[in-house]
Design a protein. Structure first.
Lengths: 428, 428
């Protein structure tokens, strides 16, 4: 590998130049080894955030992060693979019904997931509400479970893209999270290293999403689709609305319950719609668009895979989920129509009730969260329960209520209400 | 002090906002105490470099760095004080004759200096070529020497602006040196904390200077003059040419020799001119423009102060300076006129011969450097010595010669040559 110098690479990007392949390979490798210091990488990250990277640079950066660790290989499996990544939203439990559903359609789903930080929950935090369920699997266990059941949701191992792990922790404390080239390469390095054949990206847009405006979300989606495509992964992105939270729950155990309702053939219409839309993209990407996933929800085969998948990771699919010690009901202030329910307000409330964490070492409460009893467009009656707040610690209610304040509108009956499209666009 | 958060401050500057007084005070204090990490400060420095700071922000930033350490107080001295700072150039030995000269005119000069890094030499490195001379003085010794002799050139103590010391070391390794707000506040925090009454800034412009173009040099000069003025220090800047090196020597001991020639009433015309120009500004700033420094060069009183000043710091003004073990002569390639002598080429050659250091812990050679035997405009004859390269290690000649290559032009007799003005402008 050609030797470079950290200051040379930083100054090049600072002065608006493109980094060469050799500079990118060197800086990622040297940072992983500790030869480029955190304070040098954070200055480079800020220069990238402010001056950008072009498609070649982002692809090379992603490739260098992949090369920093191991790659998994699913080519020995008897069926094709497809994975899904969401940029994070409130009430976004889609992975839970989606993975067993797609597996029931004959495509293997290696869903290597993370824990949540801030107002959006993490898939592993939700599943850990199930008594006994374990997130950590060896690579061999992942392969075995994919072959036997077709679906695994587990923690991503430390071996995949260690440069990304180190860089992500650094960006988190240096104000350099919001750089599209770095977000895209962070997500895609892990997904490409994981070895999936097809990938569907759920890029959220709206108040509760990381990307508040459609233009940024579209740029991120296009960047990631290009990265996946260049790396030989069949990649598609859906831009989906996150101004309103998904379903009727935001939390951990309560989102598992809602997911099981969907697998049982019921559940909120928006959760079902998005699950099926993403499943169809995953199946198409894996060459199995001959199968209709709605049939596998209806015939119970997706539920069968769910139960096997939970059991395979030592969880009990029939166990009662933990109940919150404390609850508080917010009633509708007037009769009329719920015309707005803000995703960020609900997400912050759930976080403050204990469903999420502020620092990555914090624990989360399995039973904490928010249930809402109406969705935008629904009629409500003065005094009816609008929200149920759940937590194990009653002193959390005040701050959660403050988060909800101003986060919803009930307007007189007959007020015009036009629902937003859940799937805004498809890219790829 | 109001509590802030490092990411909040970084993100504000990253997004192009002005930092509040409270944010600036907090971040400098927290960085000095170690509560803001190096990787956070380097990201902030890069955001400042790319997005800038306005006059209020720079003044507050400078004030916060001053407040991070001790301040000196020269108000008890029986004469006024004036100091000079140069942004660094090749062959820039001006401090050596200037400090005793201004002292001989009745103004005290507290010249707290540094060591060199890269192609420009440091004042302390030059004086350390004098056998026995010691750079480190206590604050009490500084005050005593200023009172008794009127001049002291010594190392700046660790107590002045420790935030700057820490930040400068960080900027050096993170590609964030070239930020005018940070350069200006770094220089001015130390000079204001030092307590001088008047300050003259020698801001160099040209190939051998830190600022290559006049617009940047002017912006830096104006920023520093504003900072000094706002802090109650009588501050003036001269923009001076550094496309050609000063005098006829670049090195350590050989620059001391040239300085002594100036103090003896001789020396190269440009060194004398700049020494007198800066002396007149210092005297005016200190309210002593009734004295003509040229008289004090002529009557030997500046030389008397020099000898006392060297002796007071345990140096022997009569000792032979170290001679280089190896020398190499470069001859004029043709007869004609020397029309160009590039400061950076000469500076790099002197550095590579051992006069300067690449890392701050490296030693320097007292006798290494470059002598040139003609100045731009001088006639030369084919085969006459044009440069003499000096070093203790003969294996350094090759790289030094490579640095000089293309760094000078000898053109046919009669070629038009128009000398540049040494003092380009005066600001303040």
């Amino acid at each position: 590998m050609t030797q470079h110098d950290a200051v040379e690479v930083i100054v090049a990007k600072r002065d608006g130049q493109e980094l060469s392949d050799s500079q990118i390979d060197w800086v990622i490798d040297a940072y992983t080894r500790g030869d480029v210091a955190d304070e040098q990488m954070s200055a480079l990250a800020m220069a990238i955030l402010l001056n950008g990277m072009d498609r070649r640079e982002i692809a090379r950066w992603t490739g260098a992060m992949i090369a920093s660790g191991e790659r998994m290989d699913f080519s020995g499996l008897s069926r094709p693979t497809a994975d899904k990544h969401s940029t994070g939203g409130v009430g976004d439990k889609i992975t839970l019904p989606l993975a067993p559903l797609v597996a029931a359609c004959g495509v293997a789903v290696p869903q290597l997931s993370g824990r949540g930080l801030g107002h959006t929950g993490g898939t592993l935090d939700k599943l850990e509400a199930i008594p006994g369920w374990r997130a950590g699997l060896s690579n061999e266990e992942i392969l075995d479970q994919l072959e036997s059941l077709g679906a695994v949701i587990c923690a991503a191992g430390d071996g995949l893209a260690p440069a990304d792990k180190k860089l992500y922790a650094l960006r988190d404390v240096t104000g350099t999270v919001e750089a599209i080239p770095l977000i895209a390469s962070s997500i895609m390095s892990k997904k490409i290293a994981e070895g999936t054949g097809a990938l569907v990206l759920d890029v959220k847009v709206g108040t509760g999403a990381f990307m508040k405006d459609e233009a940024s979300a579209r740029e991120l989606a296009e960047t990631m689709v290009a990265l996946g495509t260049d790396a030989g992964v069949h990649t598609v992105a859906l831009l989906t609305d996150m101004s309103t939270p998904l379903g009727l729950t935001a939390g951990n155990g309560i989102e598992v319950e809602e997911s099981v309702e969907v697998l049982a053939g019921g559940g909120p219409a928006d959760v079902v719609e998005l699950t099926l839309a993403l499943a169809r993209e995953m199946l198409a990407g894996a060459g199995r668009d001959d199968v209709d996933p709605a049939d596998r929800l209806a015939d119970g085969s997706a539920m069968d895979v769910w139960r096997q998948m939970i059991r395979a990771q030592d969880g009990d699919p029939d166990a009662d989920l933990p109940a919150a010690r404390e609850s508080h009901v917010v009633e509708a202030p007037s009769s009329g129509v719920l015309t707005r329910l803000d995703a960020m307000a609900v997400g912050m409330a759930a976080w403050r009730l204990g469903a999420g964490r502020a620092r990555k070492e914090d624990p989360v409460q399995a039973a904490a969260g928010v249930r809402w009893h109406a969705r935008p467009g629904d009629a409500v009656t003065a005094g009816q329960p609008l929200f149920t707040l759940l937590t194990d610690e009653a002193d959390r209610f005040d701050r959660a209520l403050a988060s909800l304040e101003g986060g919803y509108d009930v307007e007189p009956e007959g007020t015009a209400y036009s629902p937003r499209d859940l799937v805004i666009d498809r890219i790829g």
